[in-house]
Design a protein around this ligand. Sequence first.
Ligand code: TRP
Length: 445
Amino acid sequence: MNTRVLTGITTSGTPHLGNYAGAIRPAVQASTQPGVDAFFFMADYHALIKCDDPARVARSRLEIAATWLAVGLDHERVTFYRQSDIPEIPELTWMLNCVTAKGLMNRAHAYKAAVDQNEAKGVEPDDGVTMGLFSYPVLMAADIVMFNANKVPVGRDQIQHLEMARDIAQRFNHLYGRDYFTLPEVVIEEDVATLPGLDGRKMSKSYNNTIPLFEGGARALRASVMRIVTDSRQPGEPKDAENSHLYTIYRAFATPEQSVAFRKQLEEGLGWGDAKQALYDHLENLLAPMREKYFDLMANPGRIEDILQAGAAKARKLSEPFMRELRQAVGLRNLEAASAGARGAEPKKEKGKGARFVSFRDEDGGFRFRLLAADGEELLLSQRFADPKEAGALMRRLQSEPADAVLQADGQGYAAIIDGVTVATAPEGALLARAREALDSLSQE
Ligand code: TRP
């Protein structure tokens, strides 16, 4: 079976060069590997946690979808969808919420950081903390286990969320008695570039030090590259390539040969201005063709919408039947099935296919029960009782008394008799020996 690799991208910003080198490019590459079924989705419900500006959420979804498609994501091969197009995800989120310990969420880094900040400011610990932020890891767990992902490539900051997803999935499996969910493994791509930003810190929207990937076109790209911080060495002076952000950025987009050549130029005294121009030329060369596709897609949002709708349909082929199974697992069942299944039929009991009593209501609203053999053959049908408690009490007595004492052969078959009263009769053709065996097996429990 193929390995399922799944990852989500929160749609709360505009993709920058760091996102491309650190997440988008490796993910697209990985999706082309044989033996891999890749699931990429836009975590737009997650975006609502951080952002209450609808225009920005909408814009970011569009930009991110266009970016992934423009850089060559094969949407025919990969399952590419929006989280919010899969209604089973929030449904599963609720089920998982109900098995997740609040204490586990108290330990989440993002929540703890918010509390620490509040304490530093001297305000209420939970000031400004929404339930969305607090239970963020549960939604993320649902994203992952909904599709039974084996591997989840993410940044280091997400490791704890993956641990929580495993924890929650395990708890659900344990409570409901079966391995409904695969436990996902985190994948941290060690050799993936963490790109420095303009000021040398990690390139990140929150540091406002990013180089845009496509937005703003060649002009914005050039303007950003020219703002990369360098040391004050003059043209002609040898540069310390290894310790310059400019070289680190260059290297993330170049072949080893190109990198060696550029490094040599820097060590031989290439001026920073010329080096920036060289970096810009190199990036522009690489990005221009993708950027063209990007703007083409941005101008045709209907095309992106169609692709995402097709992706959602593909994803829902899995999530819909799985959710039916999960609803069944937790007891959100068709009522008829619920009364016929009664107790003892739960997968968690894992009794195998034992004999069992099944209670039900007949057409007239009376309460009855049946004794079924392991294979489902009916061995006893009770009388009709107006009071369900009476039916229940007799069912329990049948289980606790020795079979020989309650089952008595009569003319055509047999009957169950308690205190001289016929409580249940045998259907035509049923064998007394089978009924005895069934009752005995129940009384041993
Ligand atoms: N929380 C992730 C991030 O901020 C995005 C995300 C949401 C995700 N759901 C996911 C990543 C499921 C992997 C799997 O990067």
